[in-house]
Design a protein around this ligand. Structure first.
Ligand code: PLP
Length: 394
């Protein structure tokens, strides 16, 4: 059997039509297939590779930490320098109330931990989340996922969870003294890049504060510069009670985190003790890689240049494009249907661009390249997208 057959036979399949490319190398903004063909990466692992692939400083950090030690003991018992220094670095880059970091293995586990913390802190169970939001695929995270299509086959899920439309007044009105938490993406990713109205997210924050409800903001995909500021919430003058990170957090290694004030987080130490347990969460190699990647992002990522790059994406135009929605170096190019989008995506891949559609917006093509992509490279990418649209549709 060749690798394609082995992939189909022995690697659990979740998609009836996986992209199915086989890559042998990735560096900078490119991935290279078995024939040596280069593809510009417009997915970036859904915001994992914000600094591009295989940065030498991240590789060096991984190698050094792997040689020093990998796994010592379950999370939270020993003092592990990579965890300590990375948690301190994150706390220094966040508002003062986000000072205690619980490292997990993944984004979904960060969501799970945050919801548990909100229930533990408030003594309440009601959770409000949003249609077309994605927070992970485990049972708790699935319960707050904003699509009945994906939830339905797995019921019963968490009780007392209510979904409202993002940017709706109805959601704000629903928050009351029985609500443990509201969980929202600061910028919705899989609905095809939807920003909140500043007045809406500020009202959401205010209602949470009035009712003693914890506001959880998920920047697992939107964080680390993607939207043009290090954290997306900085653009809206709101601060969450619990903040979720993942994806780019590990610099290419598996890592997630939920971050809150120490006074909240400390409640995991009593009633019950060991209120949240993980064997591999905060793996020292992942923390070393993530810290090195964040240092690279801050020194070489040039987040300040993102608005200029965003403009290149906003200039994409063709009669078949219904709308281009952007948030920093992140765009959803909307076509009239999934069928049209699918044809364009196939052409883009053939023309050397890795892209796909959004989970809840299959009519939208994803443009989320590494943040290090230069304006010139973006102009070349935009030209290839335009050519692909013409070849697919004209
Ligand atoms: N939250 C958001 C916004 C995401 O985009 C994702 C993953 O795509 C998750 C949570 C879940 O992260 P993970 O796949 O690491 O469990």
């Amino acid at each position: 059997m060749n690798n394609r057959q082995l992939f189909q036979q022995h690697v659990a399949q979740t998609s009836p039509a996986p992209i199915g490319l086989e890559m042998v190398k990735a560096a900078g903004i490119y991935q290279y297939d078995t024939e040596g063909k280069a593809y510009a990466d417009l997915i970036s692992g859904f915001s994992v590779c914000n600094i591009g692939h295989s940065h030498p400083k991240v590789i060096e950090a991984v190698q050094q930490q792997a040689a020093a030690y990998m796994h010592l003991i379950v999370y939270g018992e020993f003092i592990q320098t990579p965890q300590v220094t990375y948690a301190k670095m994150l706390a220094d880059l966040l508002p003062a109330s986000l000072n205690s970091v619980y490292f997990t293995n993944s984004g979904a586990e960060a969501t799970e931990g945050a919801m548990k913390l909100a229930k533990r802190v408030t003594g309440r169970s009601r959770i409000i989340s949003f249609n077309n939001s994605y927070h992970g695929s485990t049972q708790g995270a699935l319960s707050v996922m904003g699509s009945e299509y994906w939830r339905n086959a797995f019921r019963p899920l968490l009780p007392d969870v209510y979904h409202y439309n993002y940017n709706s007044q109805e959601a704000i009105d629903a928050i009351d003294h029985n609500t443990a938490c509201v969980i929202a993406e600061t910028v919705q990713a899989e609905s095809g890049i939807n920003r909140p109205a500043a007045s809406w997210i500020q009202a959401l924050r205010a209602k949470c504060s009035q009712t003693g409800t914890l506001l959880i903001l998920d920047e697992i995909q939107a964080g680390f510069g993607r939207t043009g500021s290090l954290w997306a919430f900085e653009q809206y003058q709101v601060v969450p009670d619990i903040f979720l990170l993942g994806k780019a957090l590990g610099g290419g290694m598996p890592l997630g985190a939920f971050i809150a004030d120490k006074s909240l987080m400390d409640q995991f130490t009593v009633n019950p003790v060991l209120g949240h347990i993980t064997t591999f969460g905060g793996h020292p190699v992942s923390c070393a890689a993530g810290k090195a990647a964040l240092e690279v992002l801050l020194s070489e990522g040039d987040i300040a240049a993102i608005p200029e790059k965003e403009k290149v994406l906003q200039q994409l135009n063709h009669p078949a494009i219904v709308q281009v929605r952007t948030a920093g170096l992140w765009a959803a190019i909307q076509f009239s249907s999934f069928e049209v989008n699918h044809r364009v995506i196939q052409k883009c891949i053939a023309n050397g661009l890795i892209t796909d559609w959004f989970l809840f917006a299959p009519e939208c093509l994803r443009v989320a390249p590494p943040l290090i992509t230069t304006v010139q490279q973006l102009e070349e990418i935009a030209a290839i997208i335009n050519r692909s649209i013409r070849e697919a549709l004209d």
